[in-house]
Design a protein around this ligand. Structure first.
Ligand SMILES: Cc1cc2nc3c(=O)[nH]c(=O)nc-3n(C[C@H](O)[C@H](O)[C@H](O)COP(=O)(O)OP(=O)(O)OC[C@H]3O[C@@H](n4cnc5c(N)ncnc54)[C@H](O)[C@@H]3O)c2cc1C
Length: 402
């Protein structure tokens, strides 16, 4: 549920453009995209040609940004209506990874890593958070950095990184790895270090791409850091601010997950509204039966509440003078509320839609089974729903174990 003036004219035009793009370039090949990486590349290249990749970057580097969360939300929501994997890739490449460096003004990082994203070729970025020892520990703010096991040690003018990450999107194909490290577990949050690692650094290696039930159009793999050395200026800022930026990244990624969930819900709702109109039972369209109408109404409630929450939170991120910076416990908690509600609603809606379609719901021909597979991942990543609940509780009272 949104006010009519939520979006500017320009944002409405971007939504129309993205909707057409998805209808023409993604919807007709949704099934094929899941098994044909070259087809996925060709869609990405069209997005680059549209100027989406450089949209989040500053003009001095060739970008057309800075973008706003609302505009990014519109683009990623529309893309997720077509394909969630393409949507998550787009969000990551169009600035998510380098956003912290842009806000912090780390010129060494910006000069080195931004230009390839503003060219006319596809360029991938990777947000390397999830340690192989457990994503929940890496993302649990109650552990105050102690769960982050990838280690960074300063040796002269270089950081030396050792450890491993599991499942990051774009592992193995990126030009930059925004790596969440720890310099000293005993220091708690002061030990958190965010370090940008070039993709061709010696000592960096990757596992084979993961096979997974959904998000098949984006690549996930393990990353291994074996005495990986990078210049010390590739650390984002330093002790203290890096923890703030990590929490801001947690908030931003939770919100992005909600945007993707919203796009999936919209696609599913469109499909099931149409199907239950054409399919008859007892001589009338299935959706004219009250039990079905009630389920469709429940879907609408969850979708509209998610839509309102997603763009409300985008507005809050755009107005730190009112709502505070994005790393506060309150802002992180609110992002987790939106994510938690959005992903549970997304799974509920897709699951119910499959039921309402009967056996056809299980057939790839009708696409719902794809959205069901994709929807589950919005509950799993970013530490999972349980860690989201910790973040939420932590925003309302002092919930600390250290
Ligand atoms: C499609 C996809 C894309 C991804 N993209 C990225 C990415 O770009 N970057 C990145 O870094 N990672 C990424 N991941 C990894 C993802 O974020 C992690 O898998 C996720 O955080 C969960 O970590 P885990 O699998 O290690 O689960 P675990 O940490 O082993 O947790 C397993 C379960 O136990 C629960 N649990 C653990 N500890 C607690 C606790 N203390 N209290 C209550 N419950 C607990 C968790 O909530 C979870 O349900 C991606 C994963 C997928 C599937």
């Amino acid at each position: 549920m949104l006010r009519k003036d939520t979006f500017t004219e320009e944002q409405n035009a971007i939504r129309d453009m993205m909707r057409k793009f998805v209808d023409n370039e993604i919807m007709p090949i949704r099934r094929e995209l899941e098994t044909d990486p070259q087809l996925v590349e060709s869609v990405f290249q069209k997005l680059v040609d549209l100027g989406i990749q450089k949209a989040g970057y500053p003009p001095e580097y060739g970008g057309t940004g800075p973008g706003s969360p609302t505009t990014l939300g519109i683009v990623c929501e529309e893309l997720a209506r077509g394909d969630a994997g393409i949507s998550v890739s787009c969000g990551i490449n169009a600035g998510f990874v380098l956003q912290a460096a842009m806000v912090a003004g780390n010129k060494a990082v910006l000069d080195k890593f931004i230009p390839p994203f503003c060219g006319d070729k596809i360029n991938y970025a990777c947000l390397a958070m999830t340690d192989s020892t457990g994503g929940a520990d890496t993302e649990n703010p109650l552990l105050k950095g102690r769960g982050i096991k990838t280690r960074a040690v300063l040796d002269g003018d270089e950081w030396v990184i050792n450890g491993s990450k599991s499942w990051p999107t774009h592992a193995g194909i990126s030009s930059v790895y925004f790596t969440v490290c720890n310099t000293d577990y005993e220091q708690g949050e002061d030990g958190i270090a965010l370090i940008f690692v070039p993709g061709d650094t010696p000592g960096l290696s990757f596992g084979k791409p993961e096979d997974k039930m959904g998000f098949k159009t984006s690549v996930n793999a393990s990353i291994f850091y074996d005495n990986v050395r990078v210049p010390k200026e590739y650390r984002l800022v330093g002790p203290g601010p890096d923890a703030h930026f990590y929490y801001a990244t947690m908030a931003g990624t939770q919100w992005h997950s909600s945007v993707i969930a919203l796009g999936i819900m919209r696609a599913v709702f469109e499909i099931i509204l149409e199907y239950t109109e054409g399919r008859e039972s007892g001589g009338k369209p299935v959706r004219q039966w009250s039990m079905v109408a009630g389920i469709l109404a429940d879907m609408a409630i969850r979708m509209e509440m998610t839509r309102g929450a997603v763009y409300n939170y985008a507005y809050m991120m755009e107005h730190p003078e009112v709502y505070g910076p994005p790393f506060t416990k309150e802002m992180v908690a609110k992002a987790s509320i939106v994510r938690s509600y959005a992903s549970d609603s997304c799974v509920w809606i897709t699951n119910k839609a499959v039921e309402l379609m009967g056996s056809n719901g299980l057939s790839p021909e009708y696409h719902l089974e794809k959205y069901l597979r994709d929807s589950k991942i919005t509950q799993i990543w970013l530490g999972g729903q349980q860690i989201s609940k910790y973040r939420i509780a932590n925003g309302y009272y002092d919930y600390s174990i250290y």
